[in-house]
Design a protein around this ligand. Sequence first.
Ligand code: PHE
Length: 507
Amino acid sequence: MNPLRSSVLSALLLPGVVVVGTRVGLPVLAMATLRLSSSSSSSFFAYQQQKVGLTAAQRPPSSFPSPSPPLVVCSIPDRHHLPSSPSSGEASSGRISLGFCTRQSLGFCTRQQSWNRKLAVVAAAASVVEVGGGGSSSTISREEVVREDDPTNNVPDTVFGKIGLQLHNRENHPLGILKNAIYSYFDETFPGVFHKVDNLLPIVSVKANFDDVLTPPDHVSRSYNDTYYVSADTVLRCHTSAHQAELLRQGLTHFLVTGDVYRRDAIDATHYPVFHQMEGLRLFTQQEWEAAGMDGTALAAQELKKTLEGLARHLFGDVQMRWVDTYFPFTDPSYELEIFFQGKWMEVLGCGVTQQQILCNNGCAGTTAWAFGLGLERLAMVLFDIPDIRLFWSNDSRFTSQFKSGQLGTKFKSFSKYPPCYKDISFWISEEFSENNLCEIVRGIAGDLVEEVVLIDEFTNPKKGKTSHCYRIAYRSMERSLTDEEINALQAEVRQQVESKLKITLR
Ligand code: PHE
């Protein structure tokens, strides 16, 4: 059985596990799809009542990193003028410098070499990203984030190429429109109260991402298989909760933090290694809960539900909702809000009453708080009828021109009728084999031309004791037709890299 399916089933059967959702970040539109990784099958942070310890293959490569001071937080300037995706292979301008493949060098290539070079451009990404703003601008070089020779680093070029693009800060982009609609709700409901932050650097310390929000040392979200480590003590944030502690320490009592978050994951229409989350947190003082005649936790839980039900109605209209008990390391009690939308129950967000320890550790002893985290793509796909998560990264004007600031819920009109092309790859796996690693290789080669990677066959040869996997890779561009030649070159490169990097034996 597909490991994903079996993990979902075993989680459902576990006593004490109330519900197993998908990760908070992304939508559950493709339920028929056989998905690959554990983190995509169940909520990244939510499903850990199972208390899964990390296997050797999952563990970060060095011994578990000790807490270190957070990196200086800098802001990133708005970048609407930049191409959204270096992986589209388009020439870049402005502050992101380009990869190395020139027209001149292509002029002398055979067709095969030419394709290999184009693949290299897909993978090369930018070499420097400028971050900062407000007078404190600085740059992050590729070498600081992608360090192929460093075993504690697992960030590929394709992912580095997304840093700084800030789709959520583009006014006419579905993610920017959704972010602003949520801002409007909070501004109307709590005028002038919520502080908004949307430009924090996504490179954060392991301490901020995990320790500060009480993620247990053996929690699967810390695994090298699931999270991008820049170094042993620095990661690309895998959730916006990574900023809770620092903002509390800065004295903020009501805040919304939006940003790009990064997770190693499966490939299908609803999963992408970079997506966007919004975090919200509100503190309550003793005076407030005494005035309400309640204890602090009860007031926070009541206000949380009221506020988020209001948000769901603001976004989706008069929908049916339900609260589902769940588990997050950082909240207790913890809930997921689901709405009945387009004929099925859909998880909208994860939330709960903040653990006292987080408040005490960050200068807020004597208060209570609620916190929530929601995935913007998950909601935007449903609200705007966007069928494939790769579209958010598209620069094609047939996509970008369809959305206008302030117009929440404009229905996307599909322009891609280009057929997918399927290629299978079969191999004997080794003990270290991980599907996320396979997906990363495929994405590194094909970029956004890969639509889905699905395990279609699995068997064990009892005599040899070896297990074979067959994956079907769907290649499809949202924007143009792909040629046979192009796809064959991609597949040949996938076969070669899978064999050389994954310690498997091709069949
Ligand atoms: N950080 C959680 C996630 O990404 C969401 C969350 C945020 C849940 C805040 C509770 C409180 O899955």
